[in-house]
Each structure stands twice: as structure tokens, then as C-alpha cells.
Design a protein around this ligand. Structure first.
Ligand SMILES: Cc1ncc(COP(=O)(O)O)c(C=O)c1O
Length: 344
């Protein structure tokens, strides 16, 4: 194992020893290759550079209390990447090839998997890009899928409750995606479209920006790069929208909420309903759940306070603890969401 300050890792790029790649040429995927280079030789006319023909994913691997390495729901990431590929006219990488690449890249970089006690994890970044040259707007004939990894720190240093709940800035002048656009796919363009609104929110001291639906500005869409979840009594509420990314964390939390006997509602959520929520959070691979203290509608000068004491509520805390427990192998994995990777 490498000598790293495991407990103080940021969420940032770090060079590790190996990445794995697979190229698509002449109408088919080739063989998985291993390389220690952080660079890709790329044609100046590659479609990913000009027309954004690319997509990515984010997955985590965890070293458990039992020292086993578990990857969480990578087959779901494979399926989501395939759905993005269909939307952007890129060839789909078969699930088995995708999962084999994850296994290989984790094993090759096993010395970078943070120890259980650190609360950190190994972040896996699959990237699929159009590498073939085109100048007319059309899909490339050649593609490259790369997977690389890096250790990333625990999102909540000192534990879930220690950071308290955070404030979000509702931005009405910016949309990250259009109702019939690319919001439900993981293409880089959605993230480029969010950078400016994110910068404004951050500059004003908010954790992140908060989007309403682009058409009517009535319903909740997403919290930055995370799905929104709300708790009202015994009900788990999350937006149904054509322009939000189907979060694998959210899907898992909905199942866990149902397992706990909660009612689960996935439906359009009017922004005023924020006033009726007992708890709210932003969910995704990075944090599992980031509790929301309040949401400020900065243009209308209105505040929706959700957590009066600034702390995460009991239901989200329970769901967070349960999901983290499954990822680290301390809770039974009843739905077979994790795969143990043999790294030795
Ligand atoms: C825009 C957006 N929404 C939601 C999520 C959460 O998705 P997941 O739970 O699959 O990480 C992410 C992160 O991947 C994201 O980028």
C-alpha cells in the first residue's frame, strides 16, 4: 500500500500507476489494454473535441471492515453509459467488458485503495470519447474508452453529522439542461453548462446551485451534480423529470427507504413543497447524501429553511448509514449491489 495521508485526501485528480483502455475501430471493440501513461494521442479533428461526442461515469470501490474490496453497482453505471451512448450515437460498450475493465483497473491500482479506517474510497472514472476525425457534424467512426482511478477523501470529514447541513442557491437565470435535451445523460456538455451557475453559487458561499425545471420554473430538477431527495413524514420524495440524471445512489436509497417501510414517491416536486419537508438532501456517488439546511431563491429573495438546527435529520441519517454500511461490508447486502474484487 502507498504511503498517503489517507484521512486527508481531497476529491481531486491524483496520478495512480495504471489505466485501462479499449478502442473501437472498424465497427467493433478491440481488446482491453493496460498503460501507465496519463495521456492520449488524439487527432485534432476528433469529434469529442469539437462536437462534445463523449460521456463519462463515476463509480466507487471501498475497502471494507473485513479488508475485502467492494465495487458498488457498476453494472448500473455500464447501463447508464450505454444509454448515453445511444443518445449521442456512440457504440455501446457491453456490460461485461465495462465490468471487466473496472475489475482490472482496481486490481492494477490496489495499492491506492484507501484503508477502511480512513473513510476514503477509490474513485473510478470511465470515459468514452469519439476519437475519429470528422469536420461535418456527424458521429465518429472510431472511439476510445478509458478507465482510470484515484483515491478520494471522505466527503464528510469527522462523520455525517459533523459538517452539518448546507445551504444551496436556487438559480433562476441558468439551466443545466433542456426538457427534451441531454440532462438525463452523462455527457460533459451538461457539466460545462453548469460551471457558471456553480461559480456564482460558490462565490456567494453556497454549497452548490439548485435548478428548477427549465420550461416552467415550477418544479425541482437537480442540486448541482446531484439528485434531490426530500422526506415528509414517512414518505421519501424525489423529482421525476426528463432532464435529470438517473442517479444510482437515488435508486438505491429509494429501495432502502421502501425496505424500511417508507412510502416512495417519484413525481414532479413543486418548489413550494420545500416548505413542507422535514428533511432534504442532495444524493450521489460523491457523498451518498449531502444534507440540505436551506435553499435560497437568490433572485426572488426567498428562503426555504428545511433544517432549523442546521443538522441532518434522523431519516436521512439512517438511510446514509445503511447505504455506507453496505458499501463497506458492515451491513448485509440484501440486494446484491456490491461485487467483491479479488485484488491479490
Ligand atoms: C448531474 C448529476 N446528477 C446526479 C448524480 C448522482 O448520480 P449517481 O448517484 O449515479 O452518482 C450525478 C453524479 O454522477 C450527476 O453528475
Amino acid at each position: 500500500m502507498k504511503e498517503l495521508d489517507w484521512a486527508n485526501l481531497p476529491f481531486g485528480y491524483m496520478k495512480t500507476d495504471w489505466n485501462v483502455r479499449i478502442a473501437y475501430k472498424d465497427g467493433k471493440w478491440g481488446e482491453i489494454e493496460e498503460t501507465d501513461s496519463e495521456y492520449i494521442p488524439i487527432h485534432i479533428g476528433a469529434t469529442c473535441l469539437h462536437y462534445g461526442q463523449e460521456c463519462f461515469e463515476g463509480i466507487k470501490a471501498f475497502k471494507g471492515a473485513d479488508d475485502q474490496v467492494r465495487v458498488f453497482r457498476m453494472d448500473e453505471n455500464a447501463k447508464r453509459m450505454q444509454s448515453t451512448c445511444r443518445a449521442t450515437m456512440m457504440p455501446e460498450l457491453p456490460t461485461e467488458t465495462f465490468c471487466e475493465m473496472v475489475r482490472r483497473v482496481v486490481k492494477l491500482n490496489k495499492d491506492y485503495i484507501p484503508p477502511y479506517s480512513s473513510g476514503a474510497s477509490l474513485y473510478i472514472r470511465p470515459l468514452l470519447i469519439g476519437t475519429g476525425a470528422e469536420i461535418g457534424v456527424k458521429p465518429a467512426k472510431e472511439y476510445l474508452c478509458i478507465m482510470f482511478v484515484m483515491p478520494v477523501g471522505p466527503y464528510f470529514k469527522g462523520g455525517f453529522a459533523a459538517n452539518g447541513a448546507q445551504a444551496y442557491a436556487l438559480v433562476r437565470s441558468y439551466d443545466r439542461s433542456a426538457p427534451l435535451g441531454m440532462g438525463k445523460y452523462k455527457v460533459g456538455g451538461n457539466y460545462a453548462a453548469s460551471l457558471y451557475a456553480h461559480h456564482i453559487a460558490h462565490d456567494r458561499g453556497y454549497a452548490s446551485e439548485f435548478y428548477l425545471d427549465a420550461k416552467e420554473k415550477k418544479y425541482i430538477d437537480e442540486c448541482g451534480a446531484a439528485n434531490f431527495i426530500g422526506i415528509k413524514g414517512n414518505t421519501y420524495i424525489t423529482p421525476k423529470s426528463e432532464s435529470i440524471l438517473p442517479s444510482i445512489t437515488n435508486k438505491s436509497l429509494m429501495q432502502l427507504a421502501a425496505d424500511l417501510g417508507m412510502q416512495v414517491e417519484q413525481r414532479p416536486v413543486p418548489v413550494e413543497e420545500l416548505l413542507e419537508l422535514d428533511e432534504a438532501g442532495a444524493c450521489g456517488t460523491a457523498a451518498v447524501i449531502a444534507p440540505i439546511q436551506r435553499i435560497d431563491d437568490i433572485e426572488l429573495g426567498k428562503s426555504y429553511v428545511i433544517s432549523k438546527d442546521g443538522q441532518p435529520g434522523p431519516v436521512l441519517t439512517k438511510l446514509y448509514t445503511k447505504l455506507r454500511g453496505i458499501q463497506y461490508g458492515v451491513e448485509p447486502d440484501l440486494h446484491q449491489w456490491t461485487e467483491i474484487i479479488d485484488v491479490d
